[in-house]
Every structure is written in C-alpha cells, then in structure tokens.
Design a binder for this molecule. Structure first.
Ligand code: ASP
Length: 328
C-alpha cells in the first residue's frame, strides 16, 4: 500500500493551553498528532522536523522543510506528503515547496486555528482531510496544496485572510481548486506547475509595503544594508509615488532586483498609466503573487540564477500563468 509521509513542524495544530504559562505552547509530538486519525487511514511515515510557531521560523527552517519534503517525494513508495505548519507563514512555505520541489507527488500543507485543548479544535479534521488529499490520485501534478476547513487551495493563490477564523485560508479572485466532500476528494480545477531548480535561497531580499505619502527611506535603508532584491507592495495595479523613482533607479543601477507586487488582496499588477513605466526602467512584475510570496520567488530566482542576466528570464515564466487553470 502507498505511504503518506507526514512531516510536522509545529504551529497551533501542535499546541495546547498551558495554565502555568497562561497561553498556548507547542506540546503535541508527531505521534500525538497522527494518533487521532481514524482506522482505515493510509499507512503513514511520520517525521518531526521541528515544533515551533511559524512566526519563529528562520529561512534555515524553511529550507530544512523543503529538503525533507523533497527527500520524501523522491521515495517511490510515497504517494503524498503532508506538512503540518503554523498558519501565520504557511502560505510562504507552501509556495516555496510549489516552486522548488519537482515531481507529481502531492505536497499538502495544513494546520489549525484552534489549539488541541480548545472546544472545536480543527486540527484533527484538517489533518485527516490533508492525508486524504495527499493520497488522492486527483491531487497528483498539482504541486503544493493547502488544505484547511475542507477546502483545497493552490499554493500560488492561497492566503491567510483572517486572524482567528477557521475559514481563514482563501484564494482571492480564484477560489479553491477543490473540496473534501464527505467520502470524496473533489478537485475539478487543474493548474499548471512550474519548478525552478534552486540550490539555495538568497536571503538578502526585503519586502516593503507602500502607504500614502511614504518616503523612500526604507528602500534607502535596504540598499545601505546590502539587499540583493527588494519587493515593493505598490498601490493598486502598480502605482509608486514619483519621489521613489530616483531611488528605484539607483537600486537597479546597483544590480539590485526590484519586484513590484500590489498591496491589493487580489488582481495582477499592470503598468497601464503613461507617467512612468516601471517595467521599462527594469523592474520585474509579480505574476499575481502577493508581497510575501513574491519575496519567496525572488529569493529562489536570485539563489538559482547563474548571473544577473538570468534573473529576468527565471522570474518571467510562461508556465506560471493563469491560462494553465482549467476545469477538469
Ligand atoms: N502562531 C501560530 C503559528 O505557528 C498560528 C497558527 O498556527 O495558527 O503560525
């Protein structure tokens, strides 16, 4: 029988209330998490990668999760890999796996919004749904998926939208690829997959969010710090105040990759206005990714590129387009 690998990394799904510390703390082991699954579950291989809130992750933790997921994917007996994860940064890990782990094997991330000691704890149901999706032939070839609240989301589109609701994960503008419905895993939508072979992440990449009237001081500080890449969450479809342009030009002249994403929760960036063309200046545009995921992509592209000339080519990939989304 095919095996589903379950990698645990911590998060609320592995937490319990600790009366002495007055709050939730990591408490559940990988064995505790999987012990609640019903009989009839696929055979599981369980590995604890770490047990931390995802807000405590460094890029080394992310890379370690990627390495362990890739190792399980390479095992021909494994039909799917589940990663339990804190919800706060889950979408970034999901997108990193989607972009860098090759193969048809489903990578399914899940977590919980309520600890194991709360009434209505959602961890067991989410984990069971994730295991079922990971074992499902319908999930093959879709890359990394995020499964919570019985919804199946593409890593590329999904984002955490609510600080507390169990229905926090949504794919604004797109919706879920599928659902876990009673006795079936139903995935009516297919999505194209893109993998960038990447030996390491470039860590010196920052994300700056624009707000009205802001000066470019944070961008100047990033350049002084030695940033190799900057993602700017611009206004609307790609608007930047004119007083930022000389600093962006300086960044580009110094060989720093500048990516424009949007602070809007959905929609692509588009240089439609005639007052200054950011793309003509040499900025890269986010292919519909939010700021945190555009940062992951830039860290991957800069880590993979053989030299500066390869950065735009790796950044722009035709397979990373929504045209690849179709109803099965
Ligand atoms: N603090 C948690 C985390 O590790 C939140 C969660 O898991 O829902 O991201």
């Amino acid at each position: 029988m095919a095996i589903v690998a379950v990698l645990t990394t911590g998060g609320t799904v592995a937490m319990r209330h600790d009366p002495e510390r007055g709050g939730a703390v990591p408490a559940l082991t990988a064995a505790d998490l999987t012990a609640v699954l019903p009989s009839g579950a696929p055979e599981l291989a369980v590995e604890e990668v770490c047990n931390l809130p995802s807000s405590h992750f460094t890029l080394d933790h992310l890379w370690r999760i990627r390495e362990r997921a890739a190792a399980w994917v390479a095992n021909p007996e494994v039909s799917g890999v589940v990663i339990t994860h804190g919800t706060d940064t889950l979408e970034e890990t999901a997108y990193l796996l989607d972009l860098t782990v090759p193969g048809e094997t489903p990578l399914v991330l899940t977590g919980a919004m309520r600890t194991a000691s709360e009434v209505g704890a959602d961890g067991p149901a989410n984990l069971w749904a994730a295991v079922r999706v990971a074992a499902s032939p319908a999930a093959r070839g879709l890359g990394a998926l995020v499964v919570l609240n019985d919804e199946i989301h593409a890593a590329r589109f999904v984002t955490k939208t609510d600080t507390l609701s169990p229905a926090t994960f949504r794919s604004p503008g797109w919706g879920p690829l599928g659902r876990v419905e009673g006795d079936r895993v139903h995935i009516p939508w297919r999505i194209g997959r893109e993998v960038i072979p990447c030996p390491r992440l470039e860590e010196r990449v920052v994300l700056i969010k624009l707000a009205v009237g802001m000066g470019p001081e944070l961008l100047e500080a990033a350049l002084a710090w030695g940033a190799q890449g900057v993602v700017i969450e611009a206004l609307g479809a790609s608007r930047i105040p004119p007083w930022w342009l000389p600093v962006i030009e300086r960044a580009l002249a110094e060989g720093v990759a500048v990516v424009i994403a949007s602070r809007c929760p959905s929609g692509r960036v588009w240089d439609a206005y005639g007052y200054r063309t950011l793309q003509e200046m040499g900025c890269l545009f986010s292919p519909g990714l939010n700021g945190p995921k555009a940062r992951i992509r830039l860290m991957v592209v800069l880590g993979a590129a053989q030299g500066p000339a390869e950065v735009p080519t790796l950044w722009k990939s035709s397979s990373h387009s929504v045209e690849n989304l179709r109803c099965a």
